[in-house]
Ligand binder design. Structure first.
Ligand code: SLL
Length: 253
C-alpha cells in the first residue's frame, strides 16, 4: 500500500511547488554563412527548451519531456528523457509547440501539458533594428508545477532528504508542523533565501510575483489605451455617419 502524507492545509500547500522555465530561441540564418544541408526554404534555426530557474537541475522531479512539433516536421514528436530537455531545429514558420512534462513515478502525478508559441520573428520595440542585427528572438514563460500530495519517497526527493522521512503510522490529520519536526527540521516548504543547492526560494518567488504584477500592470495599461482608441474610433465613425446623413451606429449586443 502506498502511504501518503495527510493533505496539507491550503496554507501549507506552497511546500510542493516547483517552477519550470520553458521557451524558445530563434535566429535567422546569415545568408552569407548558411550551414550546409539545410532545406532551401528554411530561414531560421531555433530551439525549444524546458529548464529550471537559473538552470538548476530539475531532473530529480522531471523525468521526461515530449515536444510535439508541427506536422511539417519529420518525426514531429521528440522525447527527451534527460537534460537538456530541448529540441534544436531549423524551419521557416512559427507554430504552437505542445510540451508534455512527465514527472518521476514517485510523484504520483499525471503528465502536464504546456503550450509554447514558437517565435521566429522579432516582436516588441525596435523590430527593424532587431531584424537588421539578426538578434536572437527569445520567448520564455514560467509554469508552476504543484505536487498535490507527495508520497513519502517523493517528499524526500523534494526536500533533498535521505529517505528518513516521517515515520508516523498512517492516520491522516497530523499537521504539517509535526511532519517537519519528525524530519528533523527539514521541510518541504520553500526556504526564505536561496542556497547554492536550492536556488529557488521565497525571495525568488516574490521577485517572480513582482515581475508578474508589473507585467499585469503593463497589460492593463495596454487594454486601457486600446479602449480609449476604440472610443475615439467610434466617435469618428458617428461623426462620419452624421456628415453623410446616416443614423448613428447601433451597438451590437
Ligand atoms: C505557418 N501555420 O504557416 C504555420 C506552420 C510550420 C513550420 C508553420 C517545417 C520545416 C520543414 C516548418 O518550418 N514548419 O519543412 O521541415 O506559418
Amino acid at each position: 500500500m502506498v502511504r501518503k502524507y495527510p493533505a496539507p492545509s491550503s496554507a501549507c500547500i506552497i511546500s510542493n511547488k516547483r517552477i519550470t522555465v520553458f521557451g524558445s530561441e530563434a535566429r535567422p540564418f546569415d545568408p552569407a554563412k548558411r550551414p550546409e544541408g539545410i532545406p532551401a526554404d528554411h530561414t531560421h534555426q531555433w530551439r525549444v527548451y524546458v529548464k529550471g530557474v537559473n538552470d538548476e537541475d530539475i531532473s530529480y522531479w522531471l523525468k521526461k519531456v515530449q515536444f510535439k512539433l508541427h506536422e511539417t516536421y519529420a518525426q514531429n514528436v521528440r522525447t527527451r528523457d534527460q537534460p537538456p530537455f530541448e529540441v534544436a531545429e531549423t524551419g521557416w514558420g512559427e507554430f504552437e509547440i505542445q510540451i508534455k512534462l512527465f514527472f518521476v513515478p514517485e510523484s504520483g502525478e499525471k503528465p502536464q501539458t504546456l503550450w509554447h508559441s514558437l517565435k521566429l520573428h522579432p516582436y516588441g520595440p525596435d523590430i527593424e533594428g532587431k531584424k537588421e542585427r539578426r538578434d536572437v528572438v527569445v520567448s520564455q514563460n514560467y509554469e508552476e508545477v504543484v505536487f498535490n500530495e507527495p508520497m513519502e519517497q517523493f517528499y524526500d526527493l523534494l526536500t533533498g532528504g535521505s529517505g528518513a522521512g516521517p515515520t508516523q503510522k498512517g492516520k491522516g490529520g497530523k499537521n504539517v508542523k509535526q511532519v517537519q519536526q519528525q524530519v528533523g527540521g527539514r521541510t518541504a516548504e520553500i526556504p526564505y533565501e536561496e542556497t547554492p543547492k536550492n536556488p529557488y526560494s521565497r525571495t525568488t518567488e516574490h521577485k517572480e510575483l513582482d515581475r508578474l504584477r508589473e507585467a499585469n500592470k503593463t497589460v492593463e495599461q495596454m487594454i486601457k489605451e486600446e479602449k480609449e482608441r476604440l472610443i475615439q474610433r467610434e466617435k469618428k465613425l458617428a461623426e462620419l455617419r452624421e456628415s453623410e446623413g446616416l443614423p448613428p451606429p447601433t451597438r451590437k449586443k
